[in-house]
Design a protein around this ligand. Sequence first.
Ligand SMILES: C[S@@+](CC[C@H](N)C(=O)[O-])C[C@H]1O[C@@H](n2cnc3c(N)ncnc32)[C@H](O)[C@@H]1O
Length: 410
Amino acid sequence: MAEAVETKIEAMGAGGDGIAPGPLFIPWTLPGERVRATPGAKGRARLEEVLAPSPERVAPPCVHFGPCGGCALQHWSLDAYAEWKRSRLVEALSRAGFPDAPVAPAFVTPRNSRRRVDWGLERQADGSVAIGFHERHGTALVPMQECHILRPELVALLGPLAAALRGLEGLRRLGTAVVNWLDTGADLRLDTDGPLTEGDRRRLAAFAAEQGIPRIAWRNEVAAQRGAVAVTLAGVSVAPPSGAFLQATPEGEATIIAAVLAALPSKMPPRARLADLYAGIGTLSFPLGSRGVVDAFESDTPAVEALKRAAGGGRVRAQRRDLVRQPLLPLELKPYAAVVLDPPFNGAVDQVAQIARSAVRRVIYVSCNPAALSRDGAALRAAGFEVESAVPVDQFLWSPHLESVVAFTR
Ligand SMILES: C[S@@+](CC[C@H](N)C(=O)[O-])C[C@H]1O[C@@H](n2cnc3c(N)ncnc32)[C@H](O)[C@@H]1O
C-alpha cells in the first residue's frame, strides 16, 4: 500500500470524485480543497483527511453518505453543485463543436422525490435480508435505513419488504427489487437467484394484501396481482409493464416535457407529424400528441403494447422497432416536423447517422449521458445542425449523472 500524500483537488471529475494531480481520483472531496489521501489501484485514492475544506462544503444529510453508492455529492452546497451539473452540459456540447451553446441553468430535482428504485437484496448469515444500494466503487451492499432521495413511501417499504423476503425460499443469497411508485402505489418486481416456490407465491400474495400493493412480479411473471396498475402521462392513464422505465422523478419528467415542447417549431399545423424515438411507455409521446400526430418507436414489446393500449387509436401511434438494428431511414424521416429522441445510456449513434443524412431540420435530443450526447451531437454538427436550446436536468440528486434536453436545428 502506498504512503498517504498531501495534495490539492483541482476539479470535479465526471464520476463525482475530486481530481488531484496525477491524476488521482479522490471521493468526497471538492475543488480547491487540500487533502491527505492514500493512492490505490486505477488512479483512485482513499481520502484520509480534509486538511483545508472548501467554503462550499456542507454537512451531508444522510447517515449512509460515504459508503452508499446512491449519492456521491451530498457534501457540496446545492448552488455550487447545480453550477457543476450545468458545466457538464456546457463541456459536452463544447466537445461536440458547440462552444457557445445557450445552456440554461440546471433544474435540480427536490429531495425525497425519486419514484423508481432498484435495490440490491442480500441474505445475511442469520437469515434476515438486507436491502440497499451497492457501495460506490465496489460490490458490497450497504443496508439502507434512511434515504433522502427516494419518496418516503419507498423508504417506508424497506422494513415490511425485508420481513416478507426473510421467508422467501427463492431468495437464496442475492436478488434485486425494482419498485416503481405509480398512481396505484408501489409496483414491485423481484429477481432472485432461486425459483419461487408455491409457498413463496402465497407469501408474496399475503405481503401484497397487507401492504396494498396491486402487483408483484418475479422476473417477467406476475407473482401476485390484486388490482390494476396505472400511471398518468399527460392526462392519459397507462398500465405499465412491471419494472417499466419511468423518468426518475415527476418534477424531472415535467421539466423534460416542458423543454421538449418548448423546442418544437413555434408555428406548426395541428396535424404536423412528430417522431418520438425510444418512446418507452409514452412519457413524451402523449404530451407531444397535444401538438401534432405522433409516431412512437420503441423496441421493448411490453412497453409498446402498454403505449398502444393507452393511445387507443388517438393522435399517438406506436410501433415496435429496434432502432439500433433498424434505424429510421432518411426517406422514413422525411415527413416529420421534428424528431424527438430519448435513447438509453449508450446514445443513438446509428439513428443519428440516418438523421444526419436525412432532410430533418429539427432534432430534440433527450440525453442521460453527456459523453454519448457529445458524440451524437458532433455527428449532428457535421451535418449542419446548431444548438438552439439546451436544458440540464438533474434527476439523480447528489449523483454525478446528468440528463438534458438539447434542441438541434438546421
Ligand atoms: C431513456 S428510456 C426513454 C423512454 C421514454 N422516452 C420516457 O421518457 O419514458 C430509453 C428507451 O429506449 C428503449 N430502447 C432501448 N434500446 C432500444 C432500441 N435499440 N431501439 C428502440 N428502443 C430502444 C428502452 O426500452 C427505453 O424505453
